[in-house]
Design a protein around this ligand. Structure first.
Ligand SMILES: Nc1ncnc2c1ncn2[C@@H]1O[C@H](COP(=O)(O)OP(=O)(O)OP(=O)(O)O)[C@@H](O)[C@H]1O
Length: 206
């Protein structure tokens, strides 16, 4: 179960705007967040992960309080351990595909399974510069899953993938999320790509 209620003052081009978002979702659910560009979708994910400050906020995951501004609670990102797929992937240029995963988990069998799910098993010794955009994006997704996070936050995670690759990957990820009971929040401009997979949606207005 996740409860996230946040308020943040955003600096938009013409001054300040208030971002106010409330989300409540069951454990193992898959929520799609959509809304216009600049509305604050990325900011909302970053506040949940502890990467951005909120003016007011309550974030509770599986009964663990990550943020409660009213009571002065604000866990560090490394204490929250949310999986995060960034829009720009945020890969390490000097690490191979395999090292990216080893950085997050020491379970060799699990790494092998992840590489297979992402179709990167033949590319494990490559560094990001030698991967296509879609391969880099898949690595970012695998890395975010590597420590089996209770909460997975994904920011436009499928934007670089063709329809067929995306469908195959999503089917495998869905199985994994069900098995691990991962709670997933996905920012996506394309609601259709998640039809049949998403269990809920949230619209963030600008
Ligand atoms: N730390 C911050 N403090 C205040 N305002 C911010 C901060 N980070 C971003 N903003 C502003 O908040 C607004 C929302 O940005 P954000 O990246 O969250 O939007 P988004 O909905 O994810 O957009 P897109 O769909 O284009 O990626 C922008 O106007 C941005 O300038």
């Amino acid at each position: 179960m996740i409860v996230a209620e946040i308020h943040k003052k955003l600096t938009a081009g013409h001054g300040q705007v208030d971002l106010q978002v409330k989300l409540q979702a069951e454990k193992g659910s898959i929520t799609v967040i959509h809304g216009p560009s600049g509305a604050g979708k990325t900011t909302f994910l970053k506040i949940i992960a502890g990467l951005t400050h909120a003016n007011q906020g309550l974030v509770v995951i599986d009964d663990q309080v990550w943020l409660d501004t009213a009571n002065g609670i604000n866990l560090l990102p490394q204490q929250r351990k949310a999986g995060f797929v960034f829009q720009n992937y945020a890969l390490f240029p000097n690490m191979t595909v395999r090292r990216h995963l080893e950085y997050a988990t020491s379970d060799a069998l699990w790494i092998t399974e992840l590489l297979k799910i992402g179709g990167l098993d033949g590319l494990a010794d490559r560094k990001p510069d030698y991967l296509s955009g879609g391969q880099q994006q898949r690595l970012a997704i695998l890395r975010a899953m590597a420590n089996k996070p209770a909460l997975l936050l994904m920011d436009e995670p499928f934007s670089a993938l063709d329809a067929k690759t995306k469908a195959g990957l999503l089917a495998d990820l869905k199985q994994l999320w069900d098995k691990l009971q991962t709670t997933v929040i996905i920012v996506s401009h394309n609601l259709q790509e998640l039809a049949g997979i998403a269990t809920g949606e949230l619209y963030i207005e600008s």
